[in-house]
Structure formats: C-alpha cells, structure tokens
Design a protein around this ligand. Sequence first.
Ligand code: HEC
Ligand code: HEC
Ligand code: HEC
Ligand code: HEC
Ligand code: HEC
Ligand code: HEC
Length: 304
Amino acid sequence: MRIFYFLWLICSFAFADESTDWQTQSYKQSKHLPDLHHAVDVKLLDEMQPPAEFVLKEDRKIGCKTCHGLEKIAETPYDKIDKNAPDFLRKDGYKKLETFCANCHDKKAHERPNIHLMLNDDGTIKKENCLFCHSEINEQREKLRLLVDTHLRLPVEKVCLGCHLKTPHFNAVEHTDANLKALEQSKSSAKNMKARLKKTEDEQGVHLPLSENDEVLCLTCHSPHAKGVLGEKNPASNQVNGDIKKGVEYEKHSWNEVMEADKHERLGKTGDVLPPYQRLKNEVLLRLPAKDGTLCLSCHEFEN
Ligand code: HEC
Ligand code: HEC
Ligand code: HEC
Ligand code: HEC
Ligand code: HEC
Ligand code: HEC
C-alpha cells in the first residue's frame, strides 16, 4: 500500500513537471503552489494556537482549508478560483496580511524588517536595502530617468507584491487595474485624467509614474524610498514627511457619526460592517498628501 502511494506521488510530480500550464489545473492535479506561496503540509508548532476556524489536517498539519475559506479550493483549477471572495482568506485576511499571519506566527518574533527605512543614523544609505528591489545601486541624478533604466529586479507592476498584497487597502485594486488611456476613451469622468496628472507633475515638481501602458501603479501614489535617499532636486524624491518607523496611523474623527448614519440609511445592515470613518494622522511613503486630498485631486475632479 505504501509503495503504491509512493509511486502515485512520483507519477503526479512527474506529471506536474511536464505540464506547461498549471494555472488551468487544480492543486490536486498539479501539486503546484502559486509563486511565493506559503508552505503547506507542515506541522503547526506547539506555540501556534490559531482560532478554531483554521481547520487542521491530521497530525496538526496545515492544508488549504486551514487558511482559505473556499470549499474545494484544492480541487478547483487555479484560474477558476475566486480570489476576491470575502472568505478567500480566513478572518478577513486580505484586509491586513500582518494580522492574518499573526493568527499563527508570533508577531514580535517574526516582525519583518521595514526595508523602507533606508538611512543610517549618520544619513548614509543602507545599501543592502536597495538590493531588495534593484539589481544594482543606482547613482543619484538630479533628473528623472525612465523606469526601465532603474534596474528593477521585477516589472514595475510587480515590484511591491510578494511583500505586500495586491489588495493592501480599499480601492487599491480598482486603481491598479485601471488603464487611463482606455478609460479616457470610455468614460467621461476620466476624460482629462492624464492631462491633470501631467499638470500636477509639472506644477508641484513631483513624479507620479504610470506603467508603460498608462496603468495606475502602486508607485503612482507611493514612493518606495525614504525621504533623503534620492537627491532633493529629483522629482522622484518628492513625498510626504511622515514617520516611516511609526507607519500609517489613523485617528477617530467626529464625522464618523455622520458617515455611520449615512451608511446605515443607504446600505442598511451591510453598511454597519464597513470600517468606520477615520482621518489619516501619519501618512508615509506617499508622493503627495492624501489627508487634504491633494493626491486624489491630481487625477480626480470633484464637483461640489
Ligand atoms: C498558511 C496559510 C495558507 C495555506 C495553508 C494555504 N494558503 Fe493559499 N494563500 C495564502 C495567502 C496568505 C495568500 C495570499 C498571498 C498574496 O496575495 O500575497 C494565498 C494565496 C493563494 C492563491 C492565490 C495566488 C495568487 O497569486 O493569485 C491560491 C490560488 C492559493 N493560495 C491556493 C492555495 C491552495 C490550493 C492551498 C493548499 C494546497 C493553499 N493555498 C494553502 C495562505 C495559505
Ligand atoms: C495556520 C497557521 C499559519 C498561518 C496563518 C501562517 N503560517 Fe507561516 N507557517 C506556519 C507553519 C506551521 C510553518 C512551519 C513552522 C516551522 O517549521 O517553522 C510556517 C512557516 C512559515 C515560514 C518559514 C518557512 C518557509 O516557508 O520558509 C514563513 C516565512 C512564514 N510561515 C510566513 C508566513 C506569513 C508571511 C504568513 C501570512 C501570510 C503566514 N506565515 C501565515 C503556519 C502558519
Ligand atoms: C521597495 C523597492 C525599492 C527599494 C528597496 C529601493 N528602490 Fe530605488 N526605485 C524603486 C522604484 C520602483 C523606482 C522607480 C520609481 C521611482 O523613481 O520612484 C526606483 C528608482 C530609483 C532611482 C531613480 C530615480 C529617478 O527616477 O531618477 C534611484 C537613484 C534609486 N531608486 C535609488 C535607490 C537606493 C539608493 C536605494 C537603497 C537605499 C533604493 N533605491 C531602494 C524601488 C526601490
Ligand atoms: C522586501 C519587502 C518589501 C517590498 C519589496 C516593498 N515593501 Fe513596503 N513595506 C515592507 C515592510 C516590511 C513594511 C513595514 C510595515 C509592514 O511590515 O507591513 C513596509 C511598509 C510599507 C508602507 C507603509 C505601511 C506602514 O504602515 O508601515 C507602504 C505604504 C509600503 N510599504 C508601500 C510599498 C510599495 C508601494 C512598494 C513597491 C514599490 C513596496 N512597499 C515594496 C516591505 C516591503
Ligand atoms: C490611488 C492611490 C494609491 C494606490 C494606487 C495605492 N495606494 Fe497604498 N495607500 C494610499 C493611501 C492614501 C494610503 C494611506 C496613507 C499612507 O500611505 O500614508 C495607503 C496606504 C498603504 C499601505 C499601508 C496600509 C495600512 O493601513 O497600514 C500599504 C502597505 C500600501 N498602501 C501599499 C500599496 C500597494 C502595495 C499598492 C499597489 C497594489 C498600493 N498601495 C496602491 C494610496 C494608494
Ligand atoms: C493616478 C491617478 C489617480 C489618483 C492619484 C487617484 N485616483 Fe482614484 N481612480 C483613478 C482611476 C483611473 C479610477 C478608475 C475610474 C473608473 O474605473 O472609472 C479611480 C477610481 C476611484 C474610486 C472608485 C472606485 C470604484 O470602484 O469605482 C474611488 C473611490 C477613488 N478613485 C478614490 C480616490 C482617492 C480617495 C484618491 C486619493 C487617495 C485617488 N482616488 C487617487 C485614478 C486615480
């Protein structure tokens, strides 16, 4: 029996190697995990005590259903899996990856070093941090260079992923899926967006890069570098002044009462599960402030 099982394993692995398109197969068929995916079939350590809904396999091993709430995820071809389903990751994992991981991993012991903290106390740069994203250390120039000349290890669309989710916060996906060129043609609300963006860049001396195909990127709104890494005259260096060590912070605001009442009225019960209105207190790694709307107004036009 054992030998049979063993042979079956070898066969299925051989099969997985031969197959060119694992995306159209299920995990059960290909035994192929998505790139950069978490290990499976490893045993939970004694100190890991996830909530009961993180169902374990025999022997306290973790399987697909430990972390994912979808029925039959292992039997579904990868390209048919609904990654936007609310229960795709248990416990609302997609809203905040760190707290999701903390269901098993001790937050302190596994805290990721913040690679955006790029300066030593004496103001020199931490060269090792640059190499997370660049294949070589770019020298400073006063003028912007093209994205393709910045020696990125990954395409600009992907350089933040792996460390961050595609959905790090509300509306990130709607933005990073948006193609300005196509939208300008199809929607009147997006008509002047690209021109507005260019105008903001010129007037405010800031860099708001789009992809080669005019898509909005994480990088359009966010700067990956700490202030002081790039020369001050380079528009790519322009960003908000927040404390990166503290990270993004929000504070309660009296408008929340108004917003809650409005959500309840328009959306009924579903409105109550939306997060409360809070105001940004410490903003970091943004090319323009969002607190006062400047960033948003570089593309959007709000009428009142
Ligand atoms: C320890 C928790 C954990 C286990 C166990 C787990 N996953 Fe995941 N999986 C994740 C997380 C977290 C993500 C989201 C990664 C991201 O978007 O950055 C993910 C993402 C995925 C994705 C989307 C990948 C993409 O890039 O679009 C698929 C498909 C997936 N998992 C399938 C599986 C299958 C099949 C199994 C079982 C063999 C499994 N997962 C087991 C945590 C887990
Ligand atoms: C259901 C519990 C569970 C969750 C949730 C979970 N992990 Fe794990 N993780 C494990 C277990 C079990 C191991 C293997 C333990 C060991 O042997 O150290 C592990 C190992 C790891 C390792 C080291 C092994 C390797 O693959 O190199 C990393 C890194 C890791 N997890 C990161 C994460 C991240 C990031 C998240 C959130 C996206 C996460 N884990 C969520 C249970 C979990
Ligand atoms: C998180 C990923 C990431 C890290 C880490 C990183 N960079 Fe960059 N860097 C980018 C991206 C993306 C661009 C292109 C967009 C831009 O200019 O902001 C870039 C552009 C640059 C540019 C060219 C700016 C221009 O347009 O002229 C220089 C110079 C640079 N990086 C230097 C560094 C140095 C020095 C470090 C280490 C202290 C570093 N980078 C670390 C992602 C990163
Ligand atoms: C090598 C991993 C890595 C890469 C690549 C990376 N980041 Fe980060 N980023 C981190 C870590 C670690 C933190 C600290 C907070 C945390 O653990 O989430 C962070 C924090 C941030 C924050 C502030 C969140 C907070 O509250 O502290 C923003 C915004 C951010 N990153 C944007 C980006 C963008 C945009 C890119 C792509 C250009 C990027 N990051 C690439 C690891 C990475
Ligand atoms: C339309 C502009 C915009 C785009 C596009 C965008 N973000 Fe953000 N992001 C923000 C704003 C605004 C904040 C909150 C203020 C801040 O960063 O200081 C934020 C916050 C964050 C945070 C911190 C979240 C928290 O609450 O701790 C991370 C991490 C992050 N963004 C990563 C990304 C990544 C990765 C992408 C691409 C998938 C992305 N963002 C795309 C505007 C944007
Ligand atoms: C680089 C240009 C750009 C910037 C900067 C920008 N947006 Fe957008 N935004 C877009 C595009 C493009 C869309 C998609 C429009 C569409 O599909 O009709 C969009 C869509 C939206 C939507 C609607 C999402 C949906 O599902 O319909 C909201 C809400 C939004 N943006 C808010 C903001 C806020 C708040 C900010 C500032 C933090 C901001 N945007 C900054 C370009 C931008």
